[in-house]
Design a protein. Structure first.
Ligand SMILES: N[C@@H](CCC(=O)N[C@@H](CS)C(=O)NCC(=O)O)C(=O)O
Length: 231
């Protein structure tokens, strides 16, 4: 049985990606939450996470004796696992060129969009449109990240015909699901075609299940909240 170690669902954008992927495709797994009490070396989270993987971060996938950390490595392992055990599901696009493009998009997310991530941390339950408007006006790097995301999604949707970036839901959509959450929470403006994509991602089964759990969490963590004082 696959075991996926994750953080708080309201806040942990990296944990969201592999969880959504597994849930979307109905691949059975056991979820283990390591609550974020803090990221200092002495925190319970860091102590537990450091027992699992050298990075002491989540997500971590454990499969028997194998430990896989870092989201991209986990996504690749899950794609191979699905090829073997659930061949009816394509976690990456089946077309080679589309698969290469999907990997490019995921790598770009993995290494980039620092300004957006910093200014608009994921907070599923929060509605912070005034913060979104302010950071967009005051931080050109956030506006540049948003413009690149809009161009990326518009291009992929036009090329594939949708409903998701590469037609059916793939790792690329799971990778950008936390960005969809941010655009919604901070009400960052997008053109209508991209707005439709946000709605489809939000309604997709894995994402909807994660969001429902995040909304039920009720665990306000002040160190994850640059803008709110309370829920
Ligand atoms: N590159 C890692 C990043 C993982 C990451 O930063 N996870 C956050 C939670 S969303 C974490 O565990 N943070 C703890 C810390 O920074 O000490 C990945 O792709 O999995």
């Amino acid at each position: 049985m696959l075991e996926l170690y994750i953080g708080n669902k309201n806040y942990s954008s990296w944990s969201m990606r592999p969880w959504v992927l597994l849930r979307h495709f109905g691949i059975p797994f056991k979820e283990v939450m390591l609550r974020f009490d803090g990221f200092e070396p002495g925190s319970a989270f860091k102590q537990a996470a450091s027992q699992l993987a050298p990075t002491a971060k989540v997500p971590v996938l454990v499969h028997g004796d194998l430990v896989v950390w870092d989201t991209l490595a986990i996504a690749e392992y899950l794609a191979e696992y699905a090829d073997e055990h659930f061949p009816e599901h394509a976690l990456w696009p089946r077309n080679q060129a589309a698969r290469a493009r999907a990997r490019s998009l995921c790598a770009e997310m993995h290494a980039g969009f620092g300004a957006l991530r910093q200014a608009c941390p994921m907070n599923v339950e929060a509605a912070l449109p005034e913060v979104g408007a302010r950071v967009l006006a005051e931080q050109p790097a956030v506006a540049a990240d948003l413009a690149r995301i809009v161009a990326m999604w518009s291009g992929a949707l036009a090329a594939s015909g949708g409903p998701f970036l590469f037609g059916g839901f793939t790792i690329a959509d799971a990778y950008y699901a936390p960005v969809v959450a941010r655009l919604r929470s901070y009400a960052l403006p997008v053109p209508p075609a991209v707005g439709g994509y946000l709605d489809r991602v939000w309604a997709s089964p894995g994402v909807a299940a994660w969001v429902a759990d995040a909304l039920a969490e009720h665990d306000f963590l002040a160190f994850e909240e640059p803008y709110r004082q309370h829920r």
